[in-house]
Write a protein that binds this ligand. Structure first.
Ligand code: ARG
Length: 654
């Protein structure tokens, strides 16, 4: 809410404020736009001396506005007119939980009543406040009806024509018109995600970070941000000492003779060196010396290090390419040259102090400090994150940095952010949405079906490649069986592509649909279920809608070109239309708290609204054929956009 007042691209305050005598008091300065693509058409933005246009067309086609935002504009105007004594009152509009009561509701009456109490001419009851707001609503094409409920809730029904105009606008101009504004005036957003560690297996936690991070990036990009997807790979640190030392000792001819074959099984190399590191005291010492050699730039050590990194990179990339995720690698080693200066700066600023030989940042309310330099002079994970945050803010010009890691690292990032605030690199107020802003997106564990740690039967870490293989092959079996049963021809290449889309999509969706902070159980049976809130079910739902349009023989583009329009008459048409029009709100909510499950929830509820429509409304062959086919097309498009944002390849045929 805060941001809307100070800098939302769609200047609700400005638009709503102009009509009344109170205009000048409510009028807020034109906000700086976060990106130019979202400049509202002139029809929708009223200049301060002309009447605002609340017609269905003007409101439904204003760029970047949601239904909720339009209602807020109307209620802001009404509240301002009814209660000029409270010029700062913000409209409180929310979707109704129970659609039997209404589509949306306005909840201002009670709090406004509280604020007016004791003032001259104050209303006697919250219901009187609601009545006054209703009486002051400007003429508009958005509301179909309003009603008063309980102590003063205003229930709202939205006009079918207005919703239809929104959908027609999207069909004509593309899904981009439904991209909501970012939650703040951000241009460049850095998302630090995936970030596995070299020479260690990329595990399900990294898979989760990859899936969540990718969706967050996709949504930010769709909403106009310039997103930098950074892979903060763990490519530096003490583990390289033991790896390189062991490699040198077991390779005939020593480290100089080592080649790619010596890193072909990184997991084995890691396990063997770790076992020795834990068991052999002398090896431990030699491994420590190897770290020092590597850090001081010894050529043979660096060559071995590069070889290990390259081998890891090949493994990571194999996963990324299957998942269709792109990332820019910028490992921890990138920040090595900056560490000394950053620690120096923190000391000079008095942010970091010596404590028991180490250099630490103490943060109020936190028992453990952030150790930016260890007592032996070495730098660790925290030092690197301090250098990284500074480089991203100052070097990259980040307006917002988002870190996607397991929730176990929340404490670490809390310290890093607090230290950066004390150093003056970030604004003091951690709640402020003004750039530069930082967010930690934490997530829970992925558990096995038994609710315990996710591992193979033999107790090993589950290899991601095998996990993806299994999802794919199970889907391939289902699709093949289905086609054989239907007597359809099978094109192997197409089937392979469909199985990948379905299988990888199922893995992603099963992850994204959970509230990210909770742990979830990884279950192939559950994620590949044909019914319920699964990607497989939604793929079928989408393919079915696409086939309704296809089998009708009509071409949606041609229908549109001939002036075809969506009209919403039947209650189930209106309900589906409204479900479609809520797409921007789902994204807005997702961006508010960076919770991708808002999109999966939305997608599922959209498919339910479609089912109800399709059960009751004849699409092909009736009088409403054109309108209803276009409604199917709008549903399919919106579903596809959701799939795309979730990183899932939609299927048109299964
Ligand atoms: N490599 C770390 C891990 O596996 C995650 C890094 C997250 N990013 C960061 N800037 N610390 O836990």
């Amino acid at each position: 809410m805060l941001f809307r007042q100070i800098g939302a691209p769609h200047s609700l305050g400005t638009r709503a404020a102009c009509s009344r005598a109170v205009a000048s008091r409510l009028l807020r300065p034109q906000p700086a736009r976060s990106h130019s693509s979202r400049i509202a058409p002139a029809s929708a933005v009223a200049a301060s001396n002309s009447k605002p246009d609340y017609s269905a067309t003007a409101m439904a086609t204003a760029a970047g506005n949601s239904v909720k935002a339009d209602l807020e504009a109307l209620f802001r105007a009404a509240i301002g007119a009814a209660f000029p004594a409270l010029p700062d009152a913000e409209p409180m509009v929310a979707a109704c939980n129970n659609s039997a009561n209404g589509d949306y509701q306005c909840n201002n009456a009670m709090p406004l009543f509280g604020r007016l109490k004791g003032k001259e001419g104050a209303p006697k009851a919250p219901r009187d406040v609601a009545t006054a707001i209703l009486a002051a609503l400007p003429e508009n094409g958005v509301l179909a009806s309003t009603s008063l409920a309980g102590p003063g809730f205003i229930n709202i029904r939205v006009a079918g024509d207005y919703v239809a105009t929104r959908i027609n606008n999207m069909l004509q101009n593309g899904m981009g018109v439904w991209a909501p504004p970012l939650p703040g005036p951000y241009k460049r957003v850095i998302v630090d995600f995936s970030s596995p560690n070299v020479a260690k297996e990329m595990h399900v936690g990294h898979l989760r970070s990859t899936i969540l991070g990718d969706t967050i990036c996709n949504v930010l990009e769709f909403c106009g941000a310039d997103v930098v997807r950074l892979n903060h790979i763990g490519d530096w640190g003490t583990q390289f000492g033991m790896l390189i030392q062991h490699m040198g000792e077991v390779t005939p001819g020593g480290l100089d003779a080592a080649g790619d074959q010596d890193v072909s099984d990184l997991m084995a190399l890691y396990r063997a060196s770790k076992a020795r590191f834990d068991a052999e005291e002398d090896f431990k010492l030699r491994a420590r010396e190897a770290v020092t050699r590597l850090q001081s730039g010894d050529e043979a050590s660096l060559a071995a290090w590069r070889r290990i990194c390259d081998a890891s990179r090949r493994e990571f990339n194999a996963i990324y390419s299957r998942l269709g995720v792109t990332l820019k690698e910028r490992g921890e080693s990138f920040y090595n040259p900056m560490l000394k200066d950053v620690v120096g700066e923190l000391k000079e600023l008095g942010v970091a102090v010596e404590s028991e030989g180490a250099t630490c940042v103490f943060v109020e309310g936190k028992e453990v400090p952030l150790i930016v330099q260890k007592s032996d002079g070495g730098y660790g994970y925290a030092s690197t994150d301090m250098a990284a945050i500074k480089q991203r803010l100052e070097g990259e010009g980040a307006d917002w940095i988002v870190y996607v890691t397991d929730v176990g690292q929340a404490e670490h990032f809390g310290l890093v952010f607090a230290a950066a605030r004390r150093a003056g690199w970030l604004p003091k107020d951690e709640k402020s949405l003004e750039p530069p802003r930082v967010s930690h997106v934490g997530f829970g564990l992925v558990l096995g079906e038994d609710g315990k740690k996710f591992k193979t039967r033999s107790g090993d870490v589950v290899r991601l490649v095998e996990l993806l293989d299994e999802a794919k092959s199970r889907c391939a079996d289902t699709i093949r069986a289905r086609r054989e049963e239907a007597g359809e021809p099978i094109d192997e290449a197409e089937l392979e592509a469909a199985a990948c889309a379905m299988g990888y999509g199922a893995v992603k969706y099963a992850d994204l649909k959970n509230s990210r902070l909770t742990n979830y159980r990884f279950s192939f049976d559950a994620m590949l279920d044909l019914k319920g809130n699964t990607a497989v079910y939604l793929q079928y739902a989408h393919a079915r809608i696409a086939s309704i349009v296809r089998k009708s023989g009509a071409d949606p583009a041609a229908l549109l070109a001939e002036g075809g329009q969506v009209e919403l008459k039947h209650p189930k048409e209106v309900a589906l239309g409204l479900a479609l029009a809520r797409f921007p709100e789902a994204l807005e909510e997702m961006l508010q708290d960076l919770v991708p499950n808002r999109i999966t929830d939305y997608l599922y509820s959209l498919s339910e609204a479609f089912n109800q429509f399709y059960t009751e409304c004849k699409v092909v062959g009736g009088e409403e054929q054109t309108s209803r086919l276009l409604l199917c097309e709008a549903t399919a498009r919106t579903m596809r956009k959701c799939f795309e944002l979730l990183g899932i390849t939609p299927l048109y045929r299964i």
